[in-house]
Design a protein around this ligand. Structure first.
Ligand code: HEC
Ligand code: HEC
Ligand code: HEC
Ligand code: HEC
Ligand code: HEC
Ligand code: HEC
Length: 442
């Protein structure tokens, strides 16, 4: 009895500790998600302009040549408001060559320093745009992030922290049990000695039926036990069969460690910049390496603050080198050698051939966000399959989701007829026929 109670307690404790650890971990991640937001209410920068808007202008117009905290083709822009006065900076950004042509000493000096590389003029930027950009680049350099995505860094630490306390509790329990056994044994022994001393004979145990024999002879107990065993086996067999062919959580290692967290998250590159066919076709497709080189002809290394505890700057730079190797780009000479090696991305989401799924219908017509089906891709260092992609998953969503029929002439007639038929204003996909087998099966 005592033993089983102890087991039960320690077991439930360890499960409890696991829950706590995973709750901690998700808490951490949430905190990190909040932390990784830009420090937009930074006092020093906010009197210049709106750093969030600045970031997006900077990324689209300046990032090809400038980085905030380190030199690229042009100088690091952090600290520029200290180096020059505002009037000069505005004049420079709007038209730097004019300033150089005027013979402005600062302008000529920096032009010479950067090997007479001309910076293009930006007459289209308003004064407030420029102030926004400056507000962004003048933000103090963020600390390197410490917590990694799922299962990394601190999650592990807090997990083992929980483990220590459970071990201590287990140790104490075992100790108490051993003590109890010892005490019982001693008590038994002294009682026997006592009985012997006072001449009382302890009756020997009479041998009854062994327990197993009594059990086998009791038909009711046998029946109950076999029903329990059958139900248990059935439960586990069902669970096992239901997960056959379901690859939720599948996270293969890709030939190039391409991080959606860095691209789609930190740098806010639109999903459809790379997965452009999601809008118009059945497939989303994986971008060809030319698309990568639009940016990576100039981005040959990551900035130090991109590095995390798990992945160092050297690791990331090495991954960009793999990309260069694959497209045959010589970064030092800035030419293509013409030697290309295909990159074999490992496919993650894959329905069986007998099921039909169309991206454009869901993304363009229904306006479902990528994250609804693929999870928080912009936070994934390495992509994994977030949804089960089972038939039940598709069907459930079709039962719950309303079709966007307003303003879509294609749906006018069908809406009129069906809303009368069902007596509702909003129609779910299921009511429109989204549960018909042939819609999804060839
Ligand atoms: C095609 C590359 C290129 C782009 C795009 C570019 N710059 Fe430059 N920028 C340079 C170069 C190169 C210099 C160094 C001076 C020179 O050689 O003309 C420079 C210098 C500067 C300077 C002077 C820095 C100092 O410390 O003196 C500022 C400010 C600046 N750029 C702001 C911007 C902003 C803001 C944008 C985006 C709206 C931008 N640049 C886009 C190439 C570029
Ligand atoms: C700069 C280009 C780029 C951007 C931007 C981008 N992706 Fe990707 N995506 C890729 C590449 C390359 C792969 C293949 C490697 C991998 O799986 O990590 C991929 C893979 C994927 C996969 C897995 C495909 C499979 O094999 O099943 C999904 C899902 C995905 N991306 C969704 C998104 C979403 C959602 C966004 C926007 C939040 C996004 N991507 C932004 C380049 C990009
Ligand atoms: C719109 C611009 C853009 C495109 C397109 C782009 N990248 Fe990047 N890439 C970046 C930026 C910005 C960084 C981060 C630089 C930093 O942090 O300093 C980066 C970093 C990287 C890194 C190092 C970090 C990591 O993710 O491991 C690799 C590898 C990489 N890119 C590969 C690719 C591949 C492969 C493609 C094509 C599927 C691609 N990139 C397309 C802008 C781009
Ligand atoms: C309604 C759910 C849903 C939405 C919304 C969705 N996807 Fe998918 N995605 C899937 C399914 C299901 C697959 C597997 C398709 C297959 O195997 O035929 C998939 C596959 C992919 C793939 C692998 C290559 C391919 O096309 O089969 C990529 C990349 C991808 N999705 C990116 C995206 C992006 C980017 C978006 C947003 C623009 C998006 N998805 C929106 C369900 C969705
Ligand atoms: C996020 C919820 C959601 C999920 C998950 C989802 N769908 Fe859909 N699906 C929709 C919506 C909304 C529409 C209606 C689009 C429209 O307006 O035409 C739709 C329409 C369709 C249609 C056309 C139905 C018709 O009557 O014309 C097919 C086929 C389809 N989905 C297949 C799938 C398959 C296969 C899966 C699973 C792999 C899936 N869907 C998962 C929301 C979803
Ligand atoms: C909304 C889309 C959709 C509709 C409607 C739909 N199915 Fe499916 N079905 C799927 C998908 C997706 C799979 C693949 C699931 C997987 O790989 O786990 C599937 C799998 C199956 C399978 C294989 C069993 C399995 O779990 O792999 C059978 C059989 C099947 N469907 C029959 C039907 C029948 C019969 C109907 C009509 C009553 C129907 N389906 C309607 C999407 C659909």
């Amino acid at each position: 009895m005592l033993l089983s109670v102890a087991f039960f307690i320690s077991f439930s404790l360890s499960i409890f500790a696991q829950d706590e650890a995973s709750a901690d971990a998700s808490g951490d991640q949430q905190e990190q998600a909040e932390d990784s937001g830009e420090p937009s209410d930074d006092a020093g920068a906010s009197d210049l302009g709106d750093p969030d808007n600045g970031k997006s202008i900077f990324n689209s117009q300046c990032a090809a040549c400038h980085k905030p905290y380190s030199d690229g083709i042009g100088p690091a822009l952090n600290g520029v408001t200290v180096r020059h006065n505002m009037e000069w900076i505005h004049a420079w950004i709007k038209n730097s060559s004019a300033l150089i042509a005027e013979g402005d000493p600062d302008a000529v000096a920096i032009y010479e320093e950067y090997n007479k590389t001309a910076m293009p003029p930006f007459p289209g930027l308003s004064d407030s745009d420029i102030n926004d950009i400056l507000a962004y680049v003048e933000q103090p350099k963020p600390e390197p992030k410490t917590v990694e995505t799922a299962g990394g860094g601190e999650a592990g630490a807090s997990g083992s922290g929980g483990g220590v306390s459970v071990n201590v509790i287990l140790g104490i329990l075992v100790f108490v049990l051993v003590m109890l056994l010892a005490v019982l044994f001693l008590v038994n022994k002294t009682l026997r000695n006592f009985a012997e001393a006072s001449g009382v004979t302890v009756p020997e145990k009479t041998k009854g039926k062994p327990i197993w024999k009594a059990f086998v002879e009791n038909q009711f107990l046998l029946l109950v036990t076999s029903v329990v065993i059958l139900l248990g086996v059935g439960y586990f067999a069902y669970g096992f069969l239901m997960q056959v062919g379901v690859d939720q959580g599948y996270q293969p290692i890709q030939p190039i460690h391409y991080s959606h967290r860095i691209h789609a998250g930190d740098n806010e590159i639109d999903c459809k910049y790379c997965h452009s066919s999601a809008r118009t076709s059945k497939h989303s497709g994986i971008p060809s390496l030319n698309v990568c080189m639009n940016c990576h002809e100039t981005i040959s290394e990551v900035s130090p603050e991109t590095a995390t505890e798990e992945y160092s700057k050297e690791f990331y730079d090495g991954e960009i080198a793999k990309l260069y190797d694959a497209v045959g780009w010589e970064p030092s000479e800035r030419t293509y050698s013409g030697e290309e090696k295909p990159v074999k991305w490992v496919r993650i989401h894959n329905l069986p051939d007998f099921a039909y799924f169309n991206h454009s219908q869901h993304v363009s017509v229904a306006g479902v966000s990528c994250q609804h089906c693929h999870g928080p891709i912009q936070e994934m260092e390495v992509v994994y399959q977030d949804a089960p992609l089972t038939m039940g998953w598709c069907i459930n969503c079709h039962r719950e989701t309303n079709v966007k029929m307003q303003g879509n002439e294609y749906y006018e007639k069908i809406h009129e007829e069906l809303s009368k038929k069902y007596g509702v204003e909003e129609l779910t996909v299921a009511q429109m026929g989204g549960l018909e087998c042939a819609k999804c099966h060839y």
